[in-house]
Design a protein around this ligand. Structure first.
Ligand code: ADP
Ligand code: ZN
Ligand code: ZN
Length: 732
């Protein structure tokens, strides 16, 4: 009789914990996937039952009994549990942390599942006269109704709460007039589905056909389509087919900011309710969405990174949009790649997975070239839109005004005077990256990092973008007392100021993390950019990601040099992707677009290739270099990081780790380090790296399986914070 419970608990331990069943509970009532309350030290914890066994890892009399079963029906299916355990294995991360992080926050804490609760507000009236009357007498009610109308007739209560103050009073008033109703989220929206007026381009149709022929079996595809080529349309057609077959679609996007626009687009085209999972939603909303997915009450699951861990029975298709985007990689704690796990999921569910991008990662490109992925190409923009023209602006020996050259300002003026939109891109928020003293040379160093604090003028602060440390903007030099403090370099806040002064008659919107920091503000800023209310768009990469601004005729990149000489071997790949993505915002409507890039290195091969050829040409060259240097994707890496308040402690631990590698591994595992991290000091801690590499993934995996658990027993393991990053993306 298997009566030992193997339970996953959120603890930094590589293994499961053994318990006996709760006193009065027959073993038959226990099923893997259930949550149980167990004693842990002097406290009680919520764990997940992973399996039942007849052997315990400790003597039987030492085992304690679980306190209670929390779920009669398991929360996680057998298949899903197996998937999550596989993920924990692959990333060599404590299984309890992986399993529990896959649950919504409340459930993780042992709370009972939320009862479904009506949360969806829908418009009931279309009578123009009543609505017009409302506009005069109750403008706030009218505003809400108007907004709902623009959303396609419905929205969740929490979405309304994000956008309107004191929303409850307004909703109550409208409900009492019978103009709106409150219902469950999983009732499908009343709005009828709309099909687009256009027919698919040949390449789109071919892509759809290729994936369709593989429905019901695993196959990975790279949808390699230039910006604006209609990749989303391909996703939609495939999703429709899969839904018709009664199976579910997992749709991953890199950024929360992309979801509102996409939700609207999906709701118009796909039947039935949708589960939306991302960090911008409240815990309750996410739990409701998670349950909709788990119970197959929603067949479309749209979300960012962590949605790849959601329970989805009958998965029929996995879509990963902007697959190259580094936000798919979790950089802290449980470090996983949602893009890579999407492939594993599809494989386990026997369904196709489609990775889409205009700038595919070299990893995915290599897989496509080697024939492991189907390679679907969309080479032209859809409809009448044309690809933008790219041009370099040599700014050596130029008189710059706030970092902007005369030629760039002239081009902006020309486009604005024609009544078109222009975008100014700089991947640096704040007013200036450094504040300096002209008298003594003082610099705004962060006291806790090897970095400078950024000047934020409007907030009157110096802020470190690495650790968040801040102080108020000094009026006099903290070192010599001189009033000669000056900003060095530019950030988006400064560009905004300069451009507003220069083009006062053209409304400007700035889109970056500071401008979008309050609830719902990003959505509003993006709306201004989209509908043309703002003619000058200034921003960071937030502007670059996947947005469709049909009116933009000119895109300018203020500084592309920063990324040309990065220490990380992926720096060039990232820079090329960013340039092409930003450039891709130009000319997506009826008129052709133009792209200008300021540089002091106009002959740099990366820039030359992108301007004269295309991303594909760049990628081919870059892949050749990776092959020669035996770097990923032509080899496989794992990074062991350690940090401590003293540099020697971190380094010492990794030296012990390096010695352990030599002792355990055969020649096939290469070791580099330990070396100090490129930014050695961060948030007051000194960081060190040890890099492991192998020519084959399974060699490295097999080695890690024995090596990682042994790390905890190294003499200095308790004196440092250490972590294991399988397939690391950032080596800083
Ligand atoms: P991508 O995701 O590749 O950047 P989208 O799918 O957003 O491109 O498509 C860009 C624009 O082109 C959208 O407005 C879309 O409605 C439109 N579009 C897509 N396919 C076609 C088509 N076959 N004919 C005309 N317009 C299309
Ligand atoms: Zn000074
Ligand atoms: Zn700092």
């Amino acid at each position: 009789m298997s009566s030992i419970l193997r339970i996953a608990l959120s603890a930094p331990v590589y293994g499961l914990f053994d318990y006996l069943p709760p006193g009065n509970v027959p073993v038959e009532r226990l099923t893997p996937g259930q949550r149980l309350l167990v004693p842990f030290g002097h406290a009680e914890r919520c764990g997940i039952l992973v399996s039942l066994s007849d052997q315990a890892s400790v003597a039987r009399h030492k085992l304690r009994a679980a306190h209670a079963i929390l779920d009669e029906t398991p929360l996680l299916s057998k298949e899903h549990l197996a998937f999550l355990c596989w993920v924990a294995d692959y990333y060599h991360h404590p299984p309890g942390e992986v399993l529990l992080s896959a649950l919504p926050v409340r459930l993780r804490k042992g709370k009972p599942p939320l009862l479904p609760r009506p949360d969806r507000i829908r418009i009931c009236t279309t009578d123009a006269e009543t609505i017009a009357a409302l506009a005069r007498r109750a403008p706030r009610q009218w505003q809400l109704l108007d907004w709902l109308h623009k959303q396609g007739g419905s929205a969740s209560m929490s979405e309304l709460r994000r956008r309107f103050d004191n929303v409850h009073g307004v909703v109550r008033a409208l409900r009492s007039k019978g103009m709106i109703s409150l219902g469950m989220a999983d009732e499908s929206t009343a709005a009828p589905l709309q099909q687009p007026a256009f027919t698919m381009e040949l390449e789109q149709a071919q892509a759809v056909a290729a994936v369709t022929s593989r429905l019901g079996q695993y196959q990975a595809f790279l949808l390699d389509g230039v910006t604006g080529s209609g990749k989303t349309e391909v996703y939609l057609r495939l999703a429709q087919q899969v839904l018709e077959q009664g199976r579910s679609v997992l749709f991953l996007v890199p950024e929360i900011s992309l979801t509102p626009q996409l939700i609207r687009r999906l709701e118009k085209r796909l039947p039935g309710p949708m589960a939306v999972l991302h960090s911008g939603r409240s815990d309750r909303e996410r739990e409701q969405a998670w349950q909709l997915a788990r119970k197959s009450q929603a067949r479309v699951i749209l979300g960012t990174r962590s949605a790849v861990l959601a329970p989805i029975p009958d998965l029929g298709l996995v879509l990963v949009d902007e697959e190259h985007d580094s936000s798919y990689k979790q950089q802290e704690g449980f470090r996983y790649s949602a893009r890579d796990m999407a492939l594993v999921r599809a494989q386990r569910a026997d369904c196709p997975v489609l990775l889409g991008s205009a700038t595919p990662s070299l990893e995915s490109l290599k897989n496509a070239m080697d024939g492991r992925y189907g390679w679907l190409r969309l080479t032209r923009r859809a409809g009448k839109a044309q690809s933008p023209r790219m041009q370099l602006l040599d700014i050596r020996n130029q008189r710059l005004q706030g970092g902007l050259s005369p030629a760039l300002l002239l081009a902006l003026e020309e486009v604005l005077s024609r009544g078109r939109q222009a975008m100014v891109f700089l991947n640096r928020r704040g007013y200036a990256p450094v504040l300096t003293c002209y008298s003594c040379g003082w610099l705004s160093d962060c006291p806790r990092c090897d970095a400078r604090q950024t000047m934020h003028r409007r907030q009157g602060k110096l802020v470190c973008h690495h650790c968040g440390n801040e102080r108020s903007l000094p009026q006099h030099c903290p070192s010599c007392g001189s009033p000669e403090l000056h900003p060095l370099g530019q950030g988006t806040e400064q560009l905004e100021q300069i451009l507003q002064q220069r083009f006062p008659e053209h409304p400007l919107v700035r889109i970056d993390r500071d401008a979008a920091s309050t609830k719902g503000s990003l959505d509003q800023l993006l709306a201004q950019a989209r509908d043309g209310r703002a003619s000058l768009l200034v921003g960071t990469q937030m502007l670059a990601k996947g947005h469709h601004f049909p009116g933009v005729a000119l895109v300018t990149l203020v500084d592309v040099d920063g990324g040309l000489f990065g220490a990380d071997f992926r720096a060039a790949e990232r820079m090329a992707q960013l340039i092409i993505q930003v450039a891709g915002r130009a000319g997506r409507g009826k008129h052709p677009g133009r792209v200008l890039m300021q540089t002091r290195f106009p002959d740099h091969p990366l820039l030359q290739t992108l301007v004269n050829e295309d991303y594909a040409a760049f990628a081919r060259e870059a892949l050749k270099e990776r092959v020669q240097a035996e770097l990923p994707p032509c080899s496989f890496q794992t990074l062991i990081r350690a940090s401590a308040t003293r540099a020697e402690t971190a380094e010492g631990f990794l030296q012990q780790a390096a010695a352990l590698v030599k002792k355990m591994a055969d020649q096939e595992i290469q070791v580099w380090g330990p070396v100090p991290a490129p930014m050695q000091k961060r948030a007051g801690r000194y960081r060190s790296h040890l890099l492991l590499q192998a020519g084959q993934r399974n060699l490295l995996q097999r080695f890690l399986g024995a090596f990682v658990p042994a790390l905890s027993s190294l003499p200095d393991a308790g004196r440092v914070r250490w972590s294991v990053d399988v397939d690391p993306l950032d080596l800083y």
